[in-house]
Design a protein around this ligand. Structure first.
Ligand SMILES: [Fe+2]
Length: 286
């Protein structure tokens, strides 16, 4: 039986799903002339709906759309509708447009009305704190003093609680040359020294890379996750071509047991054969 009671005060854990980089286009339009990203997002949403434990919330770490257009956000909204009343948090990536995002999701008041899209919300036993790494009109990201100061003040307020920081551009080198050239080019070192002062930061969760990558960062773990659609090719040659592939898509399930440490699982989205038992009659099947 599935326990969908997330309101009980003695529940064992907080579950946060992270999706990233769905790159939704207008209905019927292909991304890069080749891929229908919408069915891929629908598949991820379906996978999330079939998780044995119902997540407390979902955060999408940017590149919600491909060009930040109203028709793309409208399409995104309809693809996310099956999530029902599961709390949904959005943040912009370099393919998004802040003001259009706000205009398209007016009920998402945490997005604010102007300036950077940075917010802090409680999700069960953890605090989700987001950073806006977007530089309008550019693919690379940045964190200016204003954004970093806001983070530091917020981390100070939340210093007695487990914190997950979410942002689009990862604050570390990935060794995928063409992606590092459009990485977080300003503010990564400053961010690391802030994070290092708050040992309650359980994770820094990011997107942008369309791959699963983990790096030690400021005394915690910073990580990127796959896209629910297309992935960036795994090629560490500095001059590797900027290209994508249809490797298996996925998302992350971050689980915080009460009083414990954050455990991050990478989940494949899709339908797969199984489950099958390991044992029969109390013995390992031979
Ligand atoms: Fe992306």
């Amino acid at each position: 039986m599935h326990n969908h009671d997330n309101t009980s005060p003695d529940r064992a854990m907080t579950l946060l799903v992270q999706l990233s980089d769905p790159h939704i286009r207008e209905p019927g339009k292909l991304a890069y002339g080749r891929i229908h990203t919408a069915p891929y997002l629908a598949q991820a949403v379906d996978s999330i709906g079939r998780l044995p434990q119902r997540p407390d919330a979902i955060v999408i770490t940017g590149d919600l759309t491909d060009f930040g257009r109203a028709a793309e956000y409208e399409h995104l909204q309809s693809l996310l509708a099956p999530l029902g009343d599961m709390p949904l948090y959005l943040l912009p990536g370099n393919h998004d447009e802040r003001q259009q995002l706000r205009a398209s999701f007016p009920s998402h008041t945490y997005l604010g009305t102007d300036g950077f899209v940075q917010y802090s919300v409680p999700i069960g036993g953890l605090q989700l704190v987001t950073l806006d790494t977007v530089t309008p009109g550019a693919s690379e990201g940045s964190l200016c003093q204003q954004r970093l100061d806001w983070l530091e003040a917020e981390l100070d307020r939340q210093r007695h609680k487990p914190v997950v920081i979410a942002m689009h551009h990862p604050p570390f080198q990935t060794l995928i040359g063409h992606m590092d050239r459009i990485g977080l080019l300003t503010g990564a070192q400053e961010l690391e020294s802030i994070v290092a002062r708050y040992p309650n930061v359980e994770r820094v969760i990011c997107g942008h890379l369309h791959r699963s990558i983990q790096v030690r960062f400021g005394g915690t773990i910073a990580a990127t996750i796959p896209s629910p659609a297309h992935q960036v090719c795994l090629d560490l040659a500095p001059d590797a071509a900027s290209a994508w592939t249809l490797e298996p898509p996925g998302y992350a399930l971050h689980a915080l047991p009460t009083g414990g440490r954050l455990v991050s699982h990478l989940a494949a989205s899709g339908t797969f054969e199984g489950p099958f038992p390991f044992h029969e009659g109390g013995k390992l099947i031979d």
